[in-house]
Design a protein around this ligand. Sequence first.
Ligand code: PMV
Length: 329
Amino acid sequence: MEDVKSTANAGSNIALIKYWGNRDDELRLPMNGSISMTLDIARTTTSVAFDQTYEEDQVSIDGEAVQGAARERVSKFLDRVREMADTDLPARVVSRNSFPKGAGIASSASGFAALAAAATKALGLRLSDRELSILARLGSGSACRSIFGGFVEWVAGARHLDSYAFPLAPPEHWHLVDVIAIVSAGHKEVGSTEGHSLARTSPFYTARLAQLQDDLPAIRGAILNRDFTVLGTIAEREALSMHGVMLTSCPSLLYWNAGTVEVMEAVRRWRREGVEAYFTMDAGPNVHVLTVPPFAEAIRESLMQIEMVERCIVCGPGEGVQYLESHLF
Ligand code: PMV
């Protein structure tokens, strides 16, 4: 084993075509393909070491020891990595986010992407990016996209080895801006893992999957042609389609709060006034306002005028997984 301790950094990503619902919950094989932009500012750094003196897996996120189900999820993921390296050494995992966790910025995406990269490197495994994407997917579906930078597509696939992400275009291809309006930094009530398993209970789910047959190629084309109007129009409707499924699931999932709706209304008002911006939300209340550089600062300032907006994080397209020489412990 060459690397005893390794550290990796990965960006969160904002889905333009969302992943919602699995064909296989255990393997996190999605019902549909999805497309996202990896973010430059909202990122996770994770250091991992394997050593027999740890006795059991120790996990800390943002300075707090992680226990219970969250630690189990990390341990289960590490078991996969240990199996690949033929070892049973316990691990110490220390992770830091540049954003509040569990609030609709996908900390699980950047978290499991960084963990997959750091853990495999620490055990001396040399995986291709595709293999890393497949592995990261087992921790959190959207993590498979965060292995890559820029604009990324996840091919749904029907089996474990067929379901992975690949880069559509590098970060420098297009300087889109994602102004994330944080309307609640609290932890969400129903995590996405549970949410995915409810997707099928919505009568609108089949209609959503049918619509994606058109929307996936349309967003892919809009990225390649840098057509912001097409991208934004479809991304906004697509987010509402996913939330429509969430709202009509049994039990119903409502991820929005009053601030979410206020920002959505404001974005539409600004658009009528000539500001090109569109909104999208993942499984949480925060709103990602997609725009292009000339409008970004004015949008950030206007968002900060909204009482329920606590703060804004202005992101652009970011790099994929990066390995760092300095460690968190
Ligand atoms: O990767 P998960 O299980 O946290 O699911 C992510 C689901 C959404 O963020 C709502 C959509 C997406 O594609 O990122």
